[in-house]
Ligand binder design. Structure first.
Ligand code: GLN
Length: 589
């Protein structure tokens, strides 16, 4: 049995498993020792390995993309992987963040509102995540402060080290136990040098020390400058960025060089010399037409084998499973960007200046495009100036439109004009959440003749509030005035387009994030005029999918939920597949 001298005087020569127990007991006697490393029940040191990913030089390098691609390669080998994003901000979750500043709010099945990177992990790994895969500084501090008020620190002064870092390590190990992971991927938000993330980095340094040699790997993402005036790639900023990481006591095992063009051997050698990382582990992560091509590039560069070797995971790899998974992925990846046909989908959006606000929709369209053998071009449509008079011009050349989710008043009348145009001119339409609600308003106004129909979110005192908050219903759901969040059942009406799309399934599970919904008092009237509610709550009168009948329109479908959140590369979301298929059939002008 191995001994664990790394953990200092307390644990000298203690066998691994006993060491875990000892460390656990330390938790309750933290006033007698400088060690404070709470371990979750059932934790077995050495079972779970960790790969921590840091960003240097600048933010927005795609740490989540790197980390999820690597995790995918390991998952495809039959290993159990579990990612976690450590966010530096003090918010408890991402629910209150403005997508314009921080990218879309990604909602997990358990209702947690998270950073958009969780979407990248779910898609790349084809794996549902939970609140345990996402932590913010706000969560960490609030746990600690609550514990302090409850007398949980036994008279000790509560400090960044060891208590805050101890809480971080606890969460990582808790995730390891809960998910029985072979490898936990830890993505540290922000950039090395940010004050708000530095305790995460410190916690990971401690984790590596405590877990022992060969249990924790560090990967650094960096950026290679390529000034056009010089005409060559420069590595100085990257070197300095990685040095900054080393100042924290973290020596990377792996370096990914982000760059526009492939990073040449010479530059990689230079990075290698300055960092002591073998050049085989200095990887060129240059721009690719799709992030889904990255796992293949990593495999070609041998990153996965290096990691398996460094972490001693060879015995856990299942080669037969790996071959099957790799072939299936290759089949998908080789179709990306190869289609001859292009369809143009217009997306009306409030945050049109920031594509990150619609990351999942963009991905869902990419998946649906591959399935339909077409390339999907996206046209962003700012709706604030759109009216019935100019809508035809605004939508000229698009083969289909999406009105996505959103909050507030801005641009809603323009969206309604787009929906009216799509309905009347047989333009394929997919409405998402707000896009579902606006489709109901449009239908009520222009087909049912309720000229003053509206949503109380936008016009609180409108004459016919076809979309509203229903206190009674909310009481039933037990949600008060809060957002209806996370995965919920949807019952599908047989013999509808929705039933066709979902392969005849009677129930589906989809993710929601809304407060308003169709007022049940109007359902009968809307249906009498031809609107079909083809997806409903299994018990309560909550309308969840609408459509125009078969044969009356090429594709007019909308969902109160967010279908984009569950689209996966190899399992594209059917409502997007349907939209792109209908768009493909549009006559070319
Ligand atoms: N603002 C609407 C609501 O709260 C729609 C929400 C959304 O599109 N995510 O119901």
């Amino acid at each position: 049995m191995r001994t664990c001298e790394l953990r200092g005087w307390l644990l000298n020569s203690v066998p691994m498993n006993d060491a875990t127990d000892l460390l656990k007991s330390v938790r309750d006697t933290s006033n007698e020792t400088e060690f404070y490393t709470p371990f979750p029940d059932g934790y077995k040191t050495g079972k779970t390995k960790y790969i921590a990913v840091f960003g240097t030089v600048m933010s927005g390098l795609g740490k989540g993309i790197f980390s999820s691609s690597l995790a995918k390669l390991l998952k495809d080998k039959g290993l159990r992987v579990s990612p976690i994003k450590l966010e530096g901000y003090l918010n408890i979750d991402s629910g209150t963040l403005n997508p314009f500043r921080h990218g879309e709010v990604f909602v997990l099945d358990d209702g947690m509102e998270t950073d958009m990177d969780l979407g990248t992990y779910e898609r790349m790994l084809d794996q549902d995540l939970s609140r345990h895969n996402f932590t913010t500084s706000g969560q960490i501090y609030s746990t600690i402060l609550n514990k302090e008020r409850a007398g949980g620190y036994l008279g000790r002064d509560v400090q960044m080290i060891p208590h805050v870092t101890g809480e971080v390590k606890y969460r990582l190990r808790e995730l390891a136990v809960q998910t029985d992971a072979d490898v936990v991927f830890v993505e540290v938000g922000g950039t090395v040098g940010d004050i708000e993330n530095s305790f995460y980095i410190e916690a990971l340094r401690e984790l590596s020390y405590e877990e022992g040699e060969g249990q924790v790997l560090f990967a650094a993402l960096t950026y290679i400058l390529d000034p056009p005036a010089l005409g060559e790639q420069k590595s100085k900023a990257a070197q300095l960025g990685i040095k900054r990481l080393m100042e924290y006591g973290i020596h990377p095992h792996l370096i990914a060089c982000r760059a526009e063009k492939e990073v040449g051997e010479k530059v990689r050698q230079k990075i290698s010399i300055y960092t002591n990382v073998p050049v085989t582990r200095v990887f060129s992560m240059h721009d690719l037409p799709s992030i889904y091509l990255l796992p293949g590039k990593m495999r070609q560069a041998g990153l996965d084998s290096e990691i398996i070797q460094m972490l001693g995971l060879g015995g856990r790899v299942n080669s037969a499973v790996e071959m099957k998974n790799a072939a299936q992925w290759e089949e998908f990846a080789k179709k990306i960007g190869k289609a001859d046909r292009t369809v143009t989908i217009g997306i009306t959006g409030k945050y049109v200046t920031l594509r990150d606000s619609y990351a999942s929709i963009i991905k869902a369209l990419e998946h649906a495009g591959v399935t339909n053998d077409v390339k999907v071009d996206i046209r962003w449509i700012e709706t604030t100036e759109i009216t019935d008079a100019n809508v035809a011009e605004a939508l000229a050349g698009v083969d289909g439109i999406i009105v996505p989710g959103g909050f507030g008043v801005r641009g809603t009348e323009g969206k309604i004009a787009c929906i009216k145009y799509a309905r009347e001119n047989y333009l394929p339409y997919l409405g998402i959440c707000l896009g579902f609600q606006m489709a109901v308003v449009e239908f009520a106004r222009n087909v049912c003749g309720l000229a003053e129909a509206g949503s109380t979110e936008i016009t609180p005192d409108c004459t016919d509030p076809v979309i509203s908050i229903l206190p009674e219903q909310k009481k039933i759901e037990g949600l008060g005035g809060n957002m209806r969040l996370g995965g919920q059942e949807v019952t599908i009406t047989p013999d509808t387009i929705a039933a066709d799309l979902f392969g005849g399934a009677e129930h589906i599970r989809q993710r929601f994030r809304h407060r308003y919904e169709v007022d049940p008092r109007y359902i009968e009237q809307l249906e009498a005029e031809g609107l079909i509610f083809s997806g409903r709550h299994p018990v309560h009168p909550i309308m969840q999918i609408l459509e125009l009948p078969h044969g009356t329109h090429p594709y007019f479908v909308a969902a109160q939920f967010h279908p984009e959140l569950t689209s996966r590369p190899l399992r594209p979301q059917p409502m997007f597949v349907g939209l792109v298929a209908a768009a493909k059939k549009q006559p070319k002008s």
